[in-house]
Design a protein around this ligand. Structure first.
Ligand code: GDP
Length: 193
């Protein structure tokens, strides 16, 4: 998809605030700092619409971006930020669980992991949660520009194994620096719309 129009329509904390439209939704989840805002901005050809986080874990809202009047990207606040209190974490958990398990418009989830490292316990937990609810997942391995191309397949194998990745899910190697994987990511997303 070649995106010309994208706008933030609502930062929601409860279902009453979700947009009242039948448009398909693609949620995006990942640890703070994984490169989620950069991924969104790359896909929608914008520099700074999705906020790149100076303060990881700060955004505790579900941000709905309307793309080309055709779909919503739903930016799920980043997880795994140590300085968030237990109460905050519980609130975050409840909010995303409510959204991910109850939203009819949700077609698939983009789960972002840092390609340089083995997925963390939080990454694995998120993936298992999504699979438990039978949601299609597009696993996006970010920051591929930081790894020599010759090692990509090795890193990909480590990630797939650690996540015990469902062979039906798509795996995309991505970089917001080089735009590697931009087309593949859009293709995967569009296959679920
Ligand atoms: P978020 O917290 O998941 O939204 O992550 P951001 O998109 O704000 O990115 C976190 C940091 O990683 C920033 O310093 C980005 O510049 C950097 N970053 C994000 N994507 C890439 C990438 O593909 N390559 C490189 N080298 N750095 C990236």
């Amino acid at each position: 998809m070649n995106v010309h129009n994208a706008e933030l329509v609502i930062s929601a904390v409860s279902p009453a605030q979700y947009p009242d439209t039948p448009l398909p939704e693609i949620a995006l989840a990942g640890r703070s700092n994984v490169g989620k805002s950069s991924f969104i901005n790359t896909l929608i050809n914008r520099k700074g619409l999705a906020r790149t986080s100076g303060k990881p874990g700060k955004t505790q809202t579900l941000n709905f971006y309307l793309i080309e009047n055709a779909l919503h990207f739903v930016d799920v606040p980043g997880y795994g930020y140590a300085k968030v209190s237990k109460t905050e974490r519980a609130k975050w958990g409840k909010m995303i669980e409510t959204y991910l398990t109850g939203r009819k418009q949700l077609k698939a989830v983009v789960s972002l992991v840092d390609m340089r490292h083995e997925p963390t316990a939080d990454d694995v937990q998120m993936y298992e949660f999504l699979k438990y609810y039978q949601l299609p997942v597009i696993v996006v391995a970010t920051k591929s520009d930081k790894i020599p191309r010759g090692k990509w397949q090795k890193h990909a194998a480590v990630i797939k194994k650690k996540l015990n990745m469902d062979p039906q899910d798509t795996f995309v190697i991505f970089s917001s620096e080089t735009k590697e994987g931009k087309e593949a990511a859009w293709q995967a997303i569009e296959s679920y719309l």
